[in-house]
Design a protein around this ligand. Structure first.
Ligand SMILES: NC(=O)c1ccc[n+]([C@@H]2O[C@H](COP(=O)([O-])OP(=O)(O)OC[C@H]3O[C@@H](n4cnc5c(N)ncnc54)[C@H](O)[C@@H]3O)[C@@H](O)[C@H]2O)c1
Length: 254
């Protein structure tokens, strides 16, 4: 029960890692604001968390909107009396080289992957200053090293890593720890739909991808959620401003 009575915001809560985070935090006693643009997904995740005994609040909309980001934090403060933990997990992956990247792909990546993280952190920090807190952002190893042919995604995730290090430095004296997780490939809809779009069978593609990872397989959502939960917990009380790579020892290549 590491998160008993902690007020926690989870973005991208209806996605692969997000769902797993909601379940983990619900099992460990948290009160959870469930945020995702997929309203149906939010409702189903919320129901499962309530069945585990968690108090939840759903706010479904688009993180590209600054007003929505601010409303997510406001909901947490109003419903649960404050905010202890913010997990900036939502993300999108526009795919392409610079010549293939349209204005829309570029701005969408920046809005969802980077600007929303900025707006959510800026809204949460004044509340966290009162009694301490932890923020865990989700970057990517494709942000800290150049992943091939995903220029908008990699740049936005690189900026999330930079934002994390800066906030980690500035917020540590306020009693707020800011860290990031940088995963390599995870078995979630993000990666599976990418294979489907390219006409590949996701099962076979993941089987092939597993062979490229020294530890023997790509990550399951639980492998990443456990690291995020550790960084958010008091067990990580002396870790601040870090970007933790979770890769199964697979380097970025290609
Ligand atoms: N899957 C991977 O291989 C991988 C690798 C490295 C990092 N990541 C990162 O991990 C995080 C979780 O990704 P996942 O693999 O669970 O992906 P996912 O696609 O399963 O989940 C992402 C969730 O974010 C939500 N979302 C997207 N755009 C939104 C918007 N504009 N407003 C509100 N919600 C929005 C989606 O509805 C979805 O539920 C992301 O930040 C992703 O970039 C994933």
């Amino acid at each position: 029960m590491r998160f008993k009575d902690k007020a926690v915001v989870i973005t991208g809560a209806a996605g692969g890692v997000g769902k797993t985070l909601v379940e983990l935090f619900a099992k460990e006693g948290a009160k959870i604001v469930i945020s995702d643009r997929n309203e149906e997904g939010c409702v189903s995740v919320a129901k499962a968390a309530e069945e585990l005994g968690a108090k939840v609040s759903v706010v479904a909309d688009d993180l590209s909107e600054k007003e929505y980001c601010e409303a997510v934090i406001k909901t947490c403060v109003e419903q649960f009396g404050g905010i202890d933990i913010l997990l900036n997990n939502a993300g999108i992956i526009p795919r392409g080289t610079i010549e293939e990247t349209t204005d829309d792909m570029w701005f969408s990546a920046m809005n969802v992957n980077l600007n929303a993280v900025f707006f959510l952190c800026r809204a949460a920090i004044p509340h966290m200053k009162k009694s301490g807190g932890a923020i865990v952002n989700t970057s990517s190893v494709w942000g800290t090293y150049p992943g091939p042919n995903h220029v908008a995604y990699c740049t936005s995730k690189g900026a999330v890593a930079a934002l994390t290090k800066n906030l980690g430095r500035d917020c540590a004296p306020l009693g707020i720890r800011v860290n990031a997780v940088c995963p390599h490939e995870i078995n979630t809809p993000m990666i599976r739909t990418g294979f489907e779009r390219r006409g590949l069978d996701p099962e076979k593609a993941i089987e092939a991808l597993n062979k490229t990872v020294p530890i023997g397989r790509i990550a399951e959502p639980e492998d990443i959620a456990d690291v995020i939960a550790f960084l958010a917990s008091d067990q990580a009380r002396y870790i601040a401003g870090e970007c933790v790579e979770v890769t199964g020892a697979k380097p970025v290549s290609g």
